[in-house]
Design a protein around this ligand. Sequence first.
Ligand SMILES: Cc1cc2nc3c(=O)[nH]c(=O)nc-3n(C[C@H](O)[C@H](O)[C@H](O)COP(=O)(O)OP(=O)(O)OC[C@H]3O[C@@H](n4cnc5c(N)ncnc54)[C@H](O)[C@@H]3O)c2cc1C
Length: 495
Amino acid sequence: MKSYDVVVLGGGVAGCVLAARLSENPDRSVCLVEAGRDYGPQGDGWPRTVLDARGLPRDHVWERHAAAHRIRARIIGGSSCVNGCWNTWGAHADHTDWERAGGERWSARAMEPFRRAAVDHMGLRPVPESEFSVWSSAALDAADELGYPPVDMGASGAPGYGTPLINSFDGLRWNAAFAYLDPVRERPNLTIVDAALVDRLHVVRGRVRGADIVRGGERTTLAADDYVVACGTYGSPAVLLRSGLGPADHLREHGIRPEVELRGVGANLSDQPGVFVPLAPTGALDAALAGKEAAGDLYVSRMLVRAASDRCPPGSWDLHILPVAGPPLFGSLPPGRYEAGISSFLMKPASRGRVALRSADPTEALDIRPGFFSDPEGHDLAVVRWGLGLVAKMAATAALGKLVQPLGSRPAALTDEEIRARTGTYWHPVGTCAMGPADDPYAVVDGTGRVHGLSNLRVADASVLPTVPAANTQLPVLAVAELLADAIRAETGGR
Ligand SMILES: Cc1cc2nc3c(=O)[nH]c(=O)nc-3n(C[C@H](O)[C@H](O)[C@H](O)COP(=O)(O)OP(=O)(O)OC[C@H]3O[C@@H](n4cnc5c(N)ncnc54)[C@H](O)[C@@H]3O)c2cc1C
């Protein structure tokens, strides 16, 4: 049995941050375990699809042919290898829930150094002028025409329009493994084990005694003083459940002996649904996009509007309005023909879904139910519909109106069923190992990521956020991992 000071299970966005930060102390041995491949330092050994920031790859994912909302990466660097490289920060109000759940270190003020560290270390940068298409530039003018002010999308603030921070350079997707692992790969106290599926943890009297991993058909147990699970919003609750940590009924149903009753494991899944309104590009727009594509710098979107619906608390926003134009996300139009449209994304959903096991077998697909629009009050449908009204106004502005045919119908008049049928996702799930105080029966971890009822187990990734921020989640998750790495170091005497 190999033994380390810390094992970090899951080498995605958060896992890369944790491995890098925790191995800064040369006296701490750290082992990072990832189910997908590690292609080594940035270079030609990496698959082209993963490196190309202009599209969303559908390879290196857990379930290639699954419904779009289930897509999640299986590769070192995690979903930063397959995502849109698009970074924004949420509203001050996001921190109210987090601070209540995890204490003062989750306040906007206390998290600010971690946001800044994440921006710097991940190499996030503003969109260069060359990456704006005719469409993105017109969309900026359209937002201005509608009266929105320009805002900094990489920080909190108010509703407005702007450009995201991006983690790509000249078309190269700069993932979390390049940013966080490459500078530290040579550390003798850091071991990276790839292509290894984490099955379960061995729990004995409130302590984890080992982590079972399966690599190349062989089962091994890793031992450590401390275990950090960072398998993401879908993967982390699955590891806990297979380890007997979760709702006892669900565990018994799959023949798993309950070790600690944690009702919140897998519950509280919160993701941001959206509806895309297609717009027919004019010949001039098609031609301009074709020219941009031939030059190698066509990006489907480079701006967004953060908007407040009539249900949004003052000072915050609950919608992202996202205009896109380019090749369809997963390809279906002939070369030279492009898809244009505007999405209304719900940023602060009231609805909750859940993640559950189908069996105790770690290779079996999970039962993931996003629960979109399931809130009984109909809040989520109402906000998306309000956003669809704004989409129609944006499409009709002088700036965008000259690039697309007029809309034939009113998107805000879609029925509830039509909205449900056309719903997609922004791919920002959180919440399935939610942080909260020990007396909350649905809380899974405390404000330092420590699992309630276990002395040496933490969860540290998107799953710990009890509510999704009014933002794309990559930058917040980087900051969460920076924060939790800092908390772990503080608890071990600043090491
Ligand atoms: C298609 C897509 C597009 C996105 N676009 C954007 C965007 O443009 N901007 C943005 O801000 N956010 C975006 N996101 C979301 C963002 O990527 C996530 O919020 C972020 O990656 C979450 O980090 P994480 O560490 O929690 O999980 P992940 O990055 O998903 O990492 C989890 C890791 O754990 C590994 N793992 C899971 N289970 C096991 C197991 N049993 N054994 C071993 N390893 C395991 C996985 O293989 C994976 O590498 C997108 C996500 C997707 C899927």
